[in-house]
Write a new protein. Structure first.
Lengths: 375, 437
């Protein structure tokens, strides 16, 4: 059976932590004889059976949006899913800015053509808003690892549920402010840490403040930045299965990060009703490829790669977490809290890089974990 | 830190989507988003993974198991018919790669060889149960590994067990009942009446009723086709009433009308395999492959495998909660086991080391002995050599003495002769000399 290939030579950082190699030649498969069928048997009906089962079960998708306030995260989510997931937050005059990073999750069930999707959006207001933003990624990493932990707990039960509810974050959309210059140190730090734990899709937010040329230049610089720092964003090169995937994904990788504009108001343009932002000098149509790359983002996230995002989360990131967790269980000293599966694994030092500094364990148990994970 | 995650509460077990009242509201969409392609994405991913399906055929020798498989999958699988002289029941497993349009299927057919041939059939079911358990065990081992490759793993667990019933027309044999009872909790059992062209229609109905009632009265749970999904509920429901299916297998073809049809030819008529009036083969194929393959796999994984896993883990000593009702840590038990295992390993290592030391000692002793022997030999040889040398020297000495004596006599004789010749008669001397020479 054809599975994902991992090119083992491509990990720059930690040779000890590698994702399970997904090679297509498996030692455990028996000797098989190819057989010719002389007539129609009906094996392909299993695809319909799969579809029926999937439609009955419904799908789950968990997405996290990260970025500074004012970059249009909530609007973007509303635009992506064409519904009022969030009220666009505009801080009123008397509302104090949150002092610490707080994660907020909201879950909705949306249905289209009989397909039910349980969508969970996690927002991160307060990210990067403080004066000292050191370690502001920790709560986010902690949340992601906590979801992995929940899943692991469910999986290792003796009597486990038929369908383990999947709250793991499948995709993290990172909003880069449209400075037009480079990625900021905060962005780089965050992306470095997160790309090992979760699928990260960076986007250039509020791209209507950049002209087309500025956008292209900015995009190239960001791509260079990402390459220099060894940040592998989704779709990761090491998971391309075959030549078709490679071609498809390279096209996507050329355009990452997408320059997007979010809008949830409709306007009339040339007799059509479009979603857009109205300004004095024109209307920016969100779904017009000439204006912004929102359709690309939407297609990537929803129409073509949703299942793939979930697969990589389940097969790679979750497995890495599980390996880490099961390996370190005999390293942790037995303390009073040992019988309950230890809530706070000790943080492993940050990935080797120019900003390497080991993160000390946080007292008071927000499970966070900086495992060096490779994709 | 507050994370208001509404999903994932442990009370949801089943169709979580159906009950949006637990804090997720259904939100109307203002336009086309596009996630209705999700089932297609899922299907594409499954296609690239490939499918695998494992069938176990249990039945006495000669009931037509291999022929039925050939007929079901429209192909000729390799193999020869088994003899009746097997000493015990063995399972033969073969894997085949089938491809139909873009779907690749790895089909494994496991057949019992020698089932029902022995005189004492008490243990006939055992190899079968052991085989099924071995497949579950392999999967469990893979799942429990730290570094595991579950998505790459070739699933060898048996998804469907076709139990071939001999067409006596009366009732089930006791061997059948015993075996099916042992198998029903481990695998999806689908009983079928083999070689059913030996039974007439009226006998068949009676036979089926008898079989079903016997199964029910003995508490054997055979696989029921699922009726909870509206799409297939009706079809499955009617099929459930026809269990067990009476099938005929054949690979011979005959032209009837203008189609090639699989048949069995008799002097009194021709039995068409795919004719629903003649036998239930088409129903079996529909149910097994075209409608319920996925359900069979799911039942195997979520029911039978979970049961096996639970029993096995409990046996190994894992628990979910300990007496203080605090959640028990799997890690703790893992660690205890690991320590035990390490202890054992250490003991073994010690033993091996001791054995090694002993062996070394023995070898040393042997070598020392050999060395001693060598020395002794050397000494002996040396002594021998010295003795010989001494003898030789003695001999030489005596020879020298003799030579000296001879020389003395010679000089003495010469002296005498020279005196004699001086006195007179040199001729006599010459004559003496000549005589002497």
């Amino acid at each position: 059976m054809k599975k994902r290939q991992k090119k083992n030579g491509g990990s720059p950082m930690d040779p000890l932590r590698q994702s399970p190699s997904r090679s297509s030649s498996r030692a455990s498969s028996p000797r098989t004889l190819p057989c010719e069928m002389l007539g129609y048997v009906g094996i392909e009906a299993v695809l319909d059976q799969l579809k029926i089962k999937a439609m009955k079960m419904g799908f789950e998708f968990n997405i996290m949006v990260v970025g500074q306030s004012g970059l249009g995260k909530s609007t973007m989510v509303n635009t992506l899913f064409k519904s009022k997931m969030w009220k666009s937050t505009m801080p009123g005059l008397g509302v104090p800015t949150p002092q610490t990073l707080q994660l907020q999750s909201v879950t909705h069930v949306i249905e289209e053509s009989g397909v039910k999707l349980k969508l969970t959006v996690t927002d991160t207001p307060g990210f990067g808003d403080q004066i000292n933003n050191d370690k502001c990624w920790d709560p986010i990493l902690g949340y992601i690892n906590e979801q992995y932990e929940h899943y692991l707990q469910e999986e290792i039960l003796i009597t486990r549920q038929r369908h383990i509810p999947d709250t793991r974050v499948h995709c993290c959309v990172y909003f880069v402010p449209p400075t037009g210059h480079w990625l900021r140190p905060l962005d780089i730090e965050f992306l470095q840490r997160l790309c090992r734990t979760v699928n990260v899709v960076p986007v250039i937010a509020r791209a209507d403040s950049l002209t087309i040329e500025e956008r292209e230049a900015f995009r190239h610089r960001i791509q260079e930045n990402l390459k220099t720092h060894g940040i592998e964003v989704y779709p990761q090169k090491c998971f391309d299965e075959d030549i078709n995937d490679k071609i498809l994904n390279s096209k996507i990788r050329e355009r990452i990060p997408f320059a997007v504009v979010g809008a949830d108001r409709e306007h009339i343009v040339n007799g059509r009703c479009v979603l857009g932002r109205k300004t004095k000098w024109g209307i920016i149509e969100v779904e017009n490829m000439a204006h912004c790359e929102f359709p690309l983002l939407r297609d990537l996230l929803i129409r073509s790669h949703l299942q793939d995002l979930k697969d990589i989360t389940h097969n790679v990131h979750y497995e890495n977490y599980r390996i880490f967790r099961l390996n370190e269980s005999h390293v942790l000293p037995r303390g009073p809290g040992w019988v309950n599966l230890a809530p706070a694994p000790v943080s492993v030092p940050a990935p080797a890089g120019p900003q390497a500094n080991p993160v000390p364990p946080k007292v008071g148990g927000w499970a966070k974990d900086n495992s060096d994970e490779e994709c | 830190m507050e994370a208001e995650a509404n999903s994932g509460s442990p009370e949801d077990s089943w169709a979580f989507i159906q009950r949006p009242g637990e804090g997720c509201r259904t939100v109307p969409l203002a336009g086309h988003v596009g996630f209705d392609s999700l089932p297609d994405q899922l299907v594409n991913q499954s296609i690239s993974q490939g499918f695998c399906f494992n069938i176990l055929c249990v039945g006495e020798t000669g009931l037509g198991k291999s022929t039925l498989m050939d007929t079901l999958f429209n192909t000729k699988f390799e193999g020869e018919p088994a003899t009746h002289t097997q000493p015990g029941v063995q399972l033969q497993s073969n894997t085949y790669d089938l491809q139909e349009s873009n779907v690749g299927l790895k089909l494994t057919i496991v057949s019992t060889v020698g089932f029902g041939d022995q005189i004492n059939k008490e243990d006939s079911y055992r190899p079968i149960v052991e085989f099924i358990d071995a497949q579950f065990e392999a999967y469990l081992q893979e799942e429990l590994k730290i570094r595991r490759l579950l998505h790459n793993y070739h699933d060898s667990r048996i998804h469907a067990c076709l139990y071939f019933i001999a067409p006596t027309g009366h009732s089930l044999k006791s061997l059948d009942l015993v075996t099916m009872k042992k198998l029903d909790s481990k695998v999806n059992v689908i009983p079928i009446i083999a070689k059913s062209d030996a039974i007439s229609k009226s006998e068949l109905t009676k036979f089926k009723i008898k079989i079903t009632s016997e199964l029910v009265s003995n508490g054997v749970q055979i696989y029921q086709f699922p009726t909870d999904d509206e799409a297939v509920a009706e079809v499955n429901g009617t099929m459930n009433a026809h269990l067990p299916f009476a099938v005929i297998g054949s690979t011979e073809e005959l032209k009837i009308g203008n189609k090639m049809v699989k048949v069995r030819q008799y002097p009194w008529g021709t039995v068409q395999v795919e004719n629903e009036a003649h036998c239930d083969f088409v129903k079996l194929r529909e149910m097994l492959i075209r409608v319920n393959m996925e359900d069979l796999r799911e039942q195997t994984h979520s029911r039978h495998y979970e049961l096996y896993r639970r029993c096995k883990l409990e046996e190994m000593g894992f628990k979910d909660t300990d007496p203080d009702s605090k959640p028990f840590s799997l890690q703790e038990t893992y660690e205890a086991k690991r320590n035990e295992f390490l202890g054992e390993l250490q003991k073994k290592e010690e033993e091996m080391r001791q054995m090694f030391v002993q062996r070394v000692k023995e070898k040393e002793a042997e070598l020392k002995e050999a060395e001693k022997e060598l020395h002794e030999k050397f000494d002996r040889l040396k002594k021998l050599h010295q003795d010989e040398k001494k003898k030789l020297e003695d001999k030489k000495k005596s020879l020298d003495d003799e030579v000296n004596a001879f020389k003395q006599r010679k000089t003495a004789a010469e002296l005498l002769q020279s005196q004699g010749s001086q006195a007179g008669g040199s001729q006599t001397l010459k004559r003496d000399k000549e005589k002497k020479n």
